[in-house]
Design a protein around this ligand. Structure first.
Ligand SMILES: O=C1O[C@H](COP(=O)(O)O)[C@@H](O)[C@H](O)[C@H]1O
Length: 239
């Protein structure tokens, strides 16, 4: 058990429609706050189940996205056109549903470089372009992993210098990835987990109520930012 640096805000949605609306409201608030401070809204994206929910939120929210820049909280080390590529998945979805978002708004990893260089190069891009992320959208697996920080690889949680690291032997395929580290994640202004499905109910309790540090997601604790949990009825069943 350890203390949160700021209170956790929990949003429980009773339907997918409601969850999408909560996500749209979060995007609206964070983008308005960011654009009142500066000329750009920096958002870190995760993959997996978040992709389609975010697409729906962006569609329903009728938000002006010209000044938004999208980064990847983690990325699979595969070619950009591989079906496992998170960038590729967003690109395919948004090309169809959100044509106003341009490819130049994605800051993607160069997976043609060797894995270590790919991570270092992505870190250099982040350091060059972002002082502090305005919003990170995170998912969580049933094993309590977030980004590509897995419970089987606890050393990744101790990283204190690098902001983006390579991952080898990921327990979830594909085995090679790059991921944001805790110093970068916990420096963000807003960090929101979007977690759905009853299969994640018990890990949601372990992470967000018990703060059980054997789960990487429990290490997410923004030092001066807001942490939000958005769950559907299934994932929120035990909290
Ligand atoms: O492999 C990954 O998994 C997590 C969780 O995905 P979900 O489908 O269970 O929501 C995701 O957040 C991460 O970006 C991805 O690389």
């Amino acid at each position: 058990m350890s203390e949160r640096k700021s209170p956790l805000k929990v949003n429980r949605a009773n339907s997918e429609e409601e969850l999408v609306q909560v996500l749209a409201n979060l995007l609206k608030r964070c983008s308005q706050e960011a654009l009142a401070r500066q000329d750009k809204f920096s958002v870190g994206l995760s993959g997996g189940s978040l992709i389609q929910l975010l697409t729906k939120a962006l569609k329903s929210g009728a938000l002006k996205t010209e000044k938004w820049m999208f980064y990847f909280c983690d990325e699979r080390y595969v070619p950009l056109d591989d079906s496992d590529s998170t960038y590729g998945a967003y690109k395919a979805d948004w090309l169809t549903h959100l044509p106003s978002i341009k490819d130049s708004q994605f800051v993607r990893a160069d997976t043609t470089k060797p894995l270590d260089d790919c991570a270092a190069d992505y870190e250099a891009k982040v350091r060059d372009q972002v002082d502090r992320f305005d919003l990170l959208l995170l998912g969580m697996g049933p094993d309590g992993h977030t980004c590509s920080l897995f419970p089987e690889q606890p050393a990744t949680l101790k990283e204190s210098q690098r902001l983006v690291i390579p991952i080898r032997n990921s327990p979830k395929p594909p085995p090679e990835r790059i991921t944001f580290t805790l110093p970068l994640i916990n420096g963000a202004r807003d960090v929101a987990f979007v977690v759905t499905g009853v299969g994640k109910a018990s890990v949601v309790k372990s992470v967000f109520v018990d703060l059980d540090k054997k789960f990487p997601a429990a290490w997410v604790n923004p030092t001066q930012g807001q942490l939000t949990l958005i769950v559907d009825a299934g994932a929120g069943k035990e909290i």
